[in-house]
Design a protein around this ligand. Structure first.
Ligand SMILES: Cc1cc2nc3c(=O)[nH]c(=O)nc-3n(C[C@H](O)[C@H](O)[C@H](O)COP(=O)(O)OP(=O)(O)OC[C@H]3O[C@@H](n4cnc5c(N)ncnc54)[C@H](O)[C@@H]3O)c2cc1C
Length: 427
C-alpha cells in the first residue's frame, strides 16, 4: 500500500539549501516535510563531513534536528501526477506527498566531458571519488591525478591528500589570466580569502597546471596513466585514479516536470525564490552554481516565503546579492574552452549507458534525432551524464522531461498508473 502525507511546505532535497528552507519554514509554525533520496541530510558538501566544513554541518544539522519538520530520508521524488501531489519511492514502497507550497532544492551534479579512455575503471568524477572515499574506499598511497575545472578540484585534492593519497598534478582548464582575475575579485570576499589561504596550505607542493586538460586515459583493464595537454605540450602521468569533473550542472529535471521556466540551464525565480509555477519555490544550485553560502541564503528566503513570512525574507536580500555576484564570477572563470570540443575521437563513447559513440552522434542534428536513432540518453541515467556533454559538444538542447524522472520499480510504476486512473490506491 502506498503511504500518503500532506504538508503546508514540502522541501525536496536535504542539502544546505533544503535544510535551510525546511528549518526556516518550520519556524513559521506550518507543517513541514523534508524529503531526500539519501539516508542522511547534508547534501553533497556536508554528508559524511569530517573536514573543514564539519562545524557548519554540525551547526545546521543540530538546528534541523530540533526543527519541527517531518524528515523523509531515503525517498526519491520521481513523478508529479497532478498539481499539489508528488510521488516518491522509498526502499520498500511508494509515498504520495501532498503540499500547498513546494521548495525544490535538488542541487547539482558534476559535468563530464568524453575523451578517449574516460570510461576506463578508476576514471571518476572528482566529487564522485571524494564521495566514495568518504564512504570507505581506501585511497592511502594511491596516485590521483585531478583534472577538469572549478573550485571543486581543489577541495577534492585537499581532501584526498588528507586521506593519504598522492596527487601528482592538478590540471585546470581555465587560463592563468582568468584565474588571476578570479583571485583579484576574491578580495571582496574576506571569508573566501581565508578559505583560499587554507587550501593553499593544504595543497602546498602539489603541481598545479592552468590551461591544462586530459587528452586520453590509458590502461587495461584499469587505468595506468593519463596524457594531459599543458600549454600546447603533452605529458604522460602514471596514476591509479583520474578524478575528473568539468564544474557542475544543476539538477533541473523535476523543475521541468513541474513547469518551471528554465533559461540558460538555470531555474528562473523572483525575489522570493518563487518560480514561474505558482507556489513552487527553488533554492540552491538549480538557480545558479554559487556554493554553499548562496544555497543557504536562498534556502532561508524560500523557506520563509513559503512559510508565509515573506517580509522577514527581505532582510536576507543583501546577503543573497553578494553571494550571487560570486556565482557569476564562478561562471565567468570556469566557462569551458573551445578546445575541449575536440577531445573525443569518433570511437569515444559519449552515452555510456547505451554505448553510443561520438562518431554515431555526429550524424544527427538534434538531441531528439540522436535519441530516436541511437538511444543516446535513454539508459538508466536518463541523459544526466551525456545530456550536458552533448549540449557542450553539439549545442543540442534537451527536450522536455517525461516521468518517471528517475528509474523506478515496476510495481511502483503500476501503482502510478492506478493513481492516474482511479486516484491514489491508499484512499
Ligand atoms: C559531487 C559533488 C561534490 C561536491 N563537493 C563539494 C566540496 O567538497 N566542497 C564544496 O565546497 N562544495 C562541494 N560541492 C558543491 C556543493 O554541493 C554546493 O556548493 C552546495 O552545497 C549545494 O547545496 P544544495 O543544497 O543546493 O545542493 P546539494 O547539496 O546537492 O543537495 C541537494 C539534495 O537533493 C537531493 N535530491 C536531488 N533530487 C532529488 C529527488 N528527486 N528526490 C529526493 N532528493 C533529491 C540530493 O540527493 C541532495 O542530497 C559538491 C558538489 C557536487 C555535485
Amino acid at each position: 500500500m502506498a503511504d500518503s502525507q500532506r504538508f503546508d511546505v514540502l522541501v525536496i532535497g536535504a542539502g544546505p539549501a533544503g535544510m535551510a528552507a525546511a528549518l526556516r519554514a518550520a519556524e513559521c509554525g506550518v507543517r513541514v516535510g523534508l524529503v531526500d533520496d539519501n539516508a542522511r541530510s547534508g547534501g553533497q558538501i556536508w554528508r559524511g563531513s569530517s573536514d573543514e566544513h564539519s562545524e557548519d554541518a554540525a551547526r545546521w544539522g543540530e538546528r534541523l534536528r530540533k526543527a519541527d519538520a517531518t524528515k523523509l530520508y531515503g525517498m526519491r521524488v520521481f513523478h508529479r501526477p497532478e498539481a499539489g501531489v508528488l510521488l516518491a519511492e522509498g526502499p520498500y514502497d511508494l509515498c504520495e506527498l501532498r503540499y500547498t507550497n513546494l521548495v525544490v532544492a535538488t542541487g547539482a551534479r558534476e559535468r563530464f566531458l568524453p575523451f578517449p579512455g574516460w570510461t576506463l575503471p578508476n576514471v571518476m568524477g572528482a566529487g564522485g571519488l571524494q564521495a566514495m572515499v568518504k564512504s570507505g574506499l581506501p585511497i592511502r598511497g594511491k596516485r590521483v591525478v585531478i583534472a577538469g575545472t572549478g573550485p571543486l578540484l581543489l577541495a577534492v585534492a585537499a581532501y584526498l591528500r588528507k586521506q593519504g593519497a598522492e596527487i601528482p598534478m592538478i590540471c585546470e582548464q581555465a587560463s592563468w589570466s582568468r584565474l588571476a582575475q578570479f583571485g583579484a575579485a576574491l578580495l571582496g570576499y574576506p571569508e573566501k580569502i581565508a578559505q583560499t589561504l587554507q587550501l593553499k596550505k593544504q595543497l602546498a607542493g602539489i603541481p598545479f597546471a592552468a590551461s591544462s586538460w586530459p587528452l586520453a586515459a590509458r590502461g587495461g583493464p584499469a587505468l595506468e596513466s593519463v596524457t594531459i595537454s599543458r600549454n600546447g605540450n603533452t605529458r604522460v602521468i602514471p596514476c591509479d585514479y583520474l578524478a575528473c569533473g568539468f564544474h557542475l550542472v544543476p539538477n533541473v529535471e523535476l523543475h521541468s516536470l513541474l513547469g518551471c521556466r528554465i533559461s540558460g540551464g538555470y531555474v528562473q525565480v523572483d525575489e522570493f525564490q518563487e518560480t514561474s509555477a505558482k507556489a513552487v519555490f527553488c533554492a540552491g544550485e538549480p538557480t545558479g552554481i554559487g556554493g554553499v553560502e548562496l544555497a543557504l541564503v536562498e534556502g532561508q528566503i524560500a523557506g520563509l516565503a513559503a512559510g508565509g513570512r515573506a517580509p522577514e525574507a527581505r532582510e536576507l536580500f543583501g546577503e543573497r546579492r553578494r553571494a550571487r555576484r560570486f556565482a557569476r564570477m564562478l561562471d565567468r572563470t570556469f566557462g569551458l574552452r573551445q578546445e575541449l570540443r575536440d577531445l573525443p575521437s569518433a570511437e569515444t563513447i559519449v552515452c555510456r549507458c547505451e554505448d553510443v559513440s561520438y562518431g554515431r552522434l555526429q550524424k544527427h542534428g538534434s538531441w531528439r534525432a540522436a535519441k530516436l536513432q541511437t538511444r543516446c540518453g535513454m539508459g538508466p541515467c536518463q541523459g544526466r551524464v551525456c545530456g550536458p556533454a552533448t549540449q557542450f559538444l553539439f549545442q543540442w538542447n534537451p527536450d522536455s522531461v517525461r516521468p518517471p524522472v528517475f528509474p523506478a520499480r515496476v510495481e511502483d510504476l503500476a501503482k502510478m498508473v492506478d493513481f492516474q486512473t482511479v486516484g491514489c490506491p491508499t484512499r
